[in-house]
Each structure stands twice: as C-alpha cells, then as structure tokens.
Design a protein around this ligand. Sequence first.
Ligand SMILES: Cc1cc2nc3c(=O)[nH]c(=O)nc-3n(C[C@H](O)[C@H](O)[C@H](O)COP(=O)(O)OP(=O)(O)OC[C@H]3O[C@@H](n4cnc5c(N)ncnc54)[C@H](O)[C@@H]3O)c2cc1C
Length: 416
Amino acid sequence: MSGVYSRTWYDDTCVSPSEQSTQQIQKNFEFCIIGGGLAGLSCAYHLAKMGASVVLLEKSAIGAGASGRNGGFCSAGWAANTSQINRMIGKNNCIEFEELGLEGLSWMRQRAFSPQYSKAEAVNGVISLGLTKNLPEKSEIITQKNLEQFVRGPRYRWGIIDKSAFHFHPLNFLRIFAGEVKKIGVKIIDYVGDVQIDTANVRTSSGTDFRCNRIIWATGGYGLESNSVLKNLVLPIQTFICVTSPMGDILDEYIPTNMALGDDRRAGNYFRRLSDGRLLWGMGVSAMRQKSSQQIRLMGWKNIKAHFPNMVQDMEKDRIVIDYAWSGLMAYASHFLPVVGQISDRELTLCGFGGHGMNTAPIVGKKMAMFLNGNLKSLDLFSIIPKRKTFGLLGRLAAEIEYRRLSFLDMVNERY
Ligand SMILES: Cc1cc2nc3c(=O)[nH]c(=O)nc-3n(C[C@H](O)[C@H](O)[C@H](O)COP(=O)(O)OP(=O)(O)OC[C@H]3O[C@@H](n4cnc5c(N)ncnc54)[C@H](O)[C@@H]3O)c2cc1C
C-alpha cells in the first residue's frame, strides 16, 4: 500500500470531526473552495467572516492531505529560504514576505495555545541542530557540550532554540478549526470525490451541482490532476514520517526535551516526542516513485540508527518497533514559492506551500479572502512571483536529481 494514503498516528489519536448543522442544502454560493486543507479552510473562514456565502468541497476527509499528516512543526519562514526569496522578488518584497510568514505564525499560535485548541497539544520550542562544523553567527548558539541537556546523539555539533516556534497535533488542529469554519456558516462537504467544472457549475462525483461566482483551488499536492493549469505550475513531492511504539524511559535518556528538533540538512531529518511516549521521525523527499509503508519503515529505522546508534541498541533490547510509517504530498513550484492568484476569469489558485505550510497556508488563505472581498492589493506580493512551468515528468526527474545532488553535498559538508 502506498504511504501517501496509509493510516497515520494522527488518525488514531484524533478528536471526532464536528457535525454540520443539517440545514437544507443550498446550491448557490458566491465562492466555492476546492480542498479541505489548512489553505482552503482558512480562506473559507475569512471569507465567511467578511459575510460571503461559501461552500468548501473536499475530495476525501478534512485534513486527509498534507495538513493533517505532517510533522507538526510551526515556525516563521517559507519553503524557500531568504536568499531564494530575495533573488526571486527583490529585497523590499522579501522583507514584506518574511513579515507575512511571521504573521502566519502568530495567527497559528493564537489558536493553537487557546483552551479551545487544547487537543492540538501545542508545545513551545523548536531546536535547529547542526550536523556541520559551520557555526552560524548567532549569539544564542548552544555548543555541543551544552546540547546534551536537550539531545544526546554523537553527530549533533551545535543547536539554536527558536522559542517562537512550536509543535502540535496538526489533524486535531484542523478538525477543531473546521468546527469553527462550519459554525460561522461555511458549508463543508467532504468525500465528494473528484469535482468537475463547467462554465456555470461545479459538479461533484455524486452528481450534485453548485453554482458559484468564483472557484478557489486549494488542492495542495493531492489534486493536481484535476486542474490542467495548476498541473503545469506545481509538482507533487513526497516526504516521509515514521512513529515508533511507546519508548518508555529511553527517550528521557537520549532526547530529554519536549521541544521539537530538526537538523540543518536541506531536506533534513526532524523529530519530536509525542504525547503518548512515542518518537515521531520525519525525513527525505522524493519526486518520483511512491514508497510503500514497509520501505518507509526501513528508511526510518536506518535514519534513526545513523543519528542515535546507542538509542537504537536500547530500542532493539526493549523490542521497540516502528508502528506507523506514512508519506504525504507537498505542492512545490520550481522556485519553491506559492502559486497564488487568478488563473482564469472565474478560477484562482491557492497552492504551493511546499514543506512549510503550517504558518504560510493560513495567512495566504486570509490574504486570498481579502482579495476576493475587494481588497485587490492584498495579493500584490504574489502577483510578482513568476508562474513557471514545471514540465511534468521531466520536472520531477530534475527535482529528484537536484535533491540527490544536495544530499551528496550535505554528506560531504558533514564529513569535512
Ligand atoms: C509528510 C509531511 C510533513 C510535513 N511537515 C511539515 C511541518 O512540520 N511543518 C510545516 O509547516 N509544513 C509541513 N509540511 C507541509 C504542509 O503540510 C503543507 O504545506 C500544507 O499542509 C499545505 O496545505 P494545503 O491546504 O495547501 O494542502 P493540503 O493540506 O494537501 O490540502 C489539500 C486538500 O485538497 C483536497 N483535494 C485535492 N484535490 C481535490 C479535488 N479535485 N476536489 C476536492 N478536494 C481535493 C485533498 O484531499 C486535500 O485534503 C509537511 C508536508 C508533508 C506531506
């Protein structure tokens, strides 16, 4: 079975979805949002708050895509780093962009740490770990010796704590948020299968037609086949997660912190302790073939062992195994920046948040809602990002080769 759809630890520990009030199904809406991830839900929420009538159609379950099966890290920034953004849109726009990322983080923090979201289990702090000798020029750096109070793996040479970042249960967050979205009047319809669009209607696979003035594609990396324009602008890229069985006190010995941690590789490893004593380990990307759960399990074990050899010996003694292994699809444009804005008279895209969507998708969803509500300047920052073709299979092949090249460079940097 492909890991992209396999069951996750989040699925087994999540709150029930909230019920929609059973009013008669209305068929005319101002806006139809396609995709029930964080981007689509945020756009729907903000539009409804502005008084619009909105229907949100989700192919599967709310949060079945990347938003409900990711690493659960939320920090400032974007999938592209500052120098990439600078190069693409210039220094002043880059500053504005970074501020927007921060605004997204603060929007998420406000919710995640509120009593209503307690089941999202938000925990403060993310530590960046250095595998290379190059110490960043930052005063708050933790040296290798002091790092031991947070993590005891022989390869980590330094660390930096980001106190504004946090980690959380993304599926619970999404379900609680979907409850809020329904409460303010958005009609959410899940399990609609694939949708079709003609000049007047949006039709679900069960044959229900909706009339909408504007259609917003918030389909992430999961729905690119349904939209021929989007398909040429973003690529679906896989990434992988494993979760162990409960580890008893082994984690206190090797990872004695409740903060989340991630290394400084380009598509690095990241890990965190979960509320029931398990370890979540995220790693790698692939633009090509999907991996089975068993392949992801093996890859996860190998990765954990490479960074925590002694811990894995203890795990083997205590018969700790990998209970869950899954992958998910991220949507990446070739420049790593989101693809947001008009793609035809009636259709807009809200897509391409890559591996950094937990702060960016909700805040860009809000900007999209402001744009649709008549504030046409609110998407100016995105209109200057070029819409580049990704060239399908060729583009995926190029992405795979580039990932392997960067992984090789990481390996060389860590050694010398
Ligand atoms: C394994 C993994 C780990 C990650 N870790 C992190 C992390 O720790 N921190 C972070 O910030 N980001 C992380 N990301 C990235 C982040 O999850 C995404 O950027 C973000 O969730 C994108 O949100 P979205 O709403 O655009 O897309 P999605 O959440 O993928 O939502 C799109 C939705 O659209 C639906 N859909 C698709 N096509 C159709 C259609 N035709 N009709 C109806 N519905 C449709 C899908 O079913 C899906 O529910 C990770 C991603 C993955 C896959």
